[in-house]
Every structure is written in C-alpha cells, then in structure tokens.
Write a protein that binds this ligand. Structure first.
Ligand SMILES: [Ca+2]
Ligand SMILES: [Ca+2]
Ligand SMILES: [Ca+2]
Length: 291
C-alpha cells in the first residue's frame, strides 16, 4: 500500500508539472531496431563508392545486366583493382556499435587474364584506418580473404560475418600496418582487431592481398549489391529499468526512487535521457513505452 500511494502521489505531481511545462508531446522513446542494413544496388548511382579509374581502364555504372538491373562494371589493366568508399558513413566509423556485422558483395567475373592466360585473384575485404597508421604504411587495416574470383557466367555472393568487438583477429582475418621479420603483414603490436573496427575510415573490396606482389593483369568484372548489415545489441523498451521486457509499475517505482540529481553520471539507469538528473523528462519517456 505504501508503494501504491507513493506511486499515485508521485504520478500526480509529476504529470501535473509535465503538463504545466507543455512537455507532454514530442518525446521520442523508440526502442532500437534489431538490425541496420545498407545495400548499394547502383539504382541510385555509386552512393559514395568508387571503382578503379585511370589510364588502365574504367569503372562505370551499366543500367542493365546486374543482379538485377544497374551495376558497376570495371574493365582495367593494372596490378590490381579496388572498389572502395571513404564517404558513405553507413559502411564506416565505429562498427563496434554492432554485436555482429555481415559485409557482402555480388560479383560476376567476365574474365581475369595474366598475359592472355585466365587466372584467379582473391577478393579481399579491407577495413582501413589512416589515423592509426604509422609513417611507413599508408594505413593500418584488418582484412579478410573472401575467396578466389575467376571467370564465371553467374553472379557469386562474397560474404563475411564477424564480431566487430573481438580483440584478437577472428579466424581468417589478417592485419596490415606492420610486418614480421619474414615480411608477413601483421597488425601493429599495440592494436587489436576492435581498435580498427572502431575507427574504419575506408572500406575496400580489393584484389590486392597484403603480402603479395602482382604483375599487370587484365580485369573485366561486374559488381552489385555492396551490403552491410549490423546487428544491434538487444535492448528492452525504453524505461524497462528492471530488464523484464515490459514497462510497468515496477519500473516506475525504480524511477521514482532515483528521483532527483544522479549520484554520479554513468551510473544512473533511471536517467533515461542522460541529462544528469531523474525528472519529468525521464518519466514521460517511461510512460510513453508503458506496457
Ligand atoms: Ca543492381
Ligand atoms: Ca520492467
Ligand atoms: Ca534525465
């Protein structure tokens, strides 16, 4: 009974002050969605991605023949080719906000030739940080061999799923930015996998495999559906302070008990909007996700 009266009194006071302040509307309290996904279909152009350009050939969007429709077609003679972005923020920045990330791309290889002989080249996914590189390397990166590409009449999806918060390089991943005495590329000793995934400045699909040298090669490759999908950590509804999946009177009691200035910031779960005190703003957020 004491609890119920406390709740009733608190509610009346708080609702009155909230309404008086005219703050009853406009406070968003959407729980985070489970996943975020971005796909470059080439329906809207490159969307911040690039393909190798220069005297050796071109990368251009072709409106038909993709998987489906528009796609990018790279015809190039060089040591290697790349498709990359350093501007599309959906692929960059702090990937450790996700519990799991899948990055993929569809590829159709018309042909790869080395001195007129068909060859295969590995497709490397490279996550690069320039800020974390030292003077001797253009960037520091973590990279994954998505597999060999060779002439194929069909579209093939190359994909990798990983935990961006791993400290050690996950299986199949390599590092770049320093090297062993045997000249094998490695991450600089002071950096972990998740240091790079937290600071991705450039993402590339590349035929340049760290540690290998290449001669001039002819590439004729189509790409489509460059995709990133990130799984966000499970979060209950806003205001579910006891973590039981619903927002009800038990959560309200916790909030009322914490009413007032937070004892120390960062340890104040009832401060739902993170402004340093538990007050009517937080209460309104809780009430909006009631149930
Ligand atoms: Ca397409
Ligand atoms: Ca609850
Ligand atoms: Ca607050």
């Amino acid at each position: 009974m004491k609890s119920a009266r406390l709740v009733a009194t608190g509610l009346a006071t708080i609702l009155a002050s909230g309404l008086a302040s005219g703050l009853a509307s406009g406070l968003a309290s959407t729980a985070l969605a489970g996943t975020e996904m971005t796909v470059i279909t080439f329906d809207n152009g490159w969307e911040g991605w690039n393909g190798t350009q220069g005297p050796g050939g071109t990368s251009q969007i072709i409106q038909t023949g993709g998987n489906p429709g528009p796609h990018a077609h790279t015809v190039f003679n060089n040591f290697g080719i790349e498709w990359w972005t350093n501007t599309n923020q959906n692929f960059l920045g702090d990937l450790t906000r996700y519990e799991q990330v899948t990055i993929s791309m569809d590829v159709k290889v018309e042909g790869i030739w080395f001195f007129f002989s068909p060859v295969s080249r590995n497709l490397i996914l490279d996550l690069r940080s320039f800020a974390l590189s030292d003077d001797f390397y253009p960037w520091t990166s973590v990279w994954f061999n998505l597999g060999p590409m060779s002439a194929n009449p069909n579209w093939v999806t190359y994909s990798v799923t990983f935990d961006p918060n791993a400290k050690d390089l996950p299986d199949g991943w390599g590092g770049y930015g320093d090297e062993t005495p045997q000249a094998e590329p490695i991450l600089p000793a002071h950096l972990n996998f998740n240091d790079i995934t937290a600071a991705v400045e450039e993402m590339a699909f590349s035929t340049y495999e760290p540690g290998f040298l290449y001669g001039f090669t002819d590439f004729d490759i189509r790409i489509d559906n460059i995709r990133i999908e990130g799984t966000l950590p499970e979060t209950g509804p806003v205001g579910d302070l006891n973590d039981d999946g619903v927002v009800n009177v038990f959560d309200l009691l916790i909030l009322l008990e914490a009413w007032g200035a937070c004892p120390n910031r960062g340890n104040c779960p009832a401060d739902l909007n993170g402004d340093g005190s538990v007050n009517v703003f937080d209460l309104l957020m809780l009430l909006e996700s009631w149930g």
